[in-house]
Ligand binder design. Structure first.
Ligand code: DX5
Ligand code: ZN
Length: 218
């Protein structure tokens, strides 16, 4: 079984001591840092924006993986590039001109990801899969950490894997929401390359140990 990329989600960090949590991630076996941006319109929650992301990316030694849960992401792609995003993922449900949005992200020098809400079919990616670097399969409804993994996601991961293989795309599959020690192995077996984990990591007694356990337990 392949070793997955682990992307702890900053959403569950202690925001009063955010630097300590970034240090912990820097010194852990995490590969990426997942940064969840919410606008109160695309999702019913508001998280954090440019001041926090710029401060974090200056000290973060991992890949800065920014997940935009916002309307009109094209308005802000350049600002996210300047804030230090390495991977920028937009929701297919928020993009009227997805192809143009993906080109914009790549032109700005970032890797481009497309996220699918739980109700969105993988087949919607058919005409964009060759152009993207990442498929983010939401395994909860976006907006909040600490929710339960939706079981139907396993089938969507398998479908995404089949689409990627059939198209010759090199896109990675990232799974986001409700990832735990109980399901991480099955998620990777279904075809996931990247596991996002917020609550599982930051509610652990030793978050760095939990990152290692997710990486090698999967
Ligand atoms: C949810 C976010 C997730 C969230 C995952 O809208 O996209 O990245 O932080 O949190 P857990 O791992 O707690 O489900
Ligand atoms: Zn996320």
């Amino acid at each position: 079984m392949k070793t997955p990329i682990i992307a702890p989600s900053l959403l569950s960090a202690n925001f009063l001591e955010i630097g300590k949590d970034v240090d912990m991630i820097n010194n852990s076996e995490a590969d990426w840092l997942h940064l969840d941006v919410m606008d109160g319109r695309f999702v019913p929650n508001i998280s954090f924006g440019f001041p926090v992301i710029s401060a974090v990316t200056k000290v973060c030694k991992k890949v800065n993986d920014v997940h935009l849960m916002i309307e009109e992401p094209e308005k802000y792609a350049e600002a996210f590039a300047k804030a230090g995003a390495n991977v920028l993922t937009v929701h297919i449900e928020a993009c009227r001109h997805l192809h143009r949005n993906i080109q914009q992200i790549k032109t700005l020098g970032m890797k481009a990801g497309v996220a699918l809400n739980p109700h969105t079919s993988v087949s919607q990616l058919e005409n964009i899969i060759a152009d993207i670097d990442l498929v983010l399969v939401m395994s909860v409804n976006p907006g909040f950490g600490g929710q339960h993994f939706i079981e139907r996601t396993y089938e969507k991961i398998r479908q995404a894997k089949a689409l990627i293989d059939a198209s010759g795309s090199k896109a990675l599959i990232e799974v986001d929401g409700g990832v735990t020690m109980d399901n991480c192995k099955a998620i990777v077996e279904a075809g996931a390359d990247v596991l996002v984990a917020g609550n599982t990591v930051f509610s652990a007694g030793n978050p760095a140990d939990m990152i290692r356990a997710l990486k090698h337990g999967a």
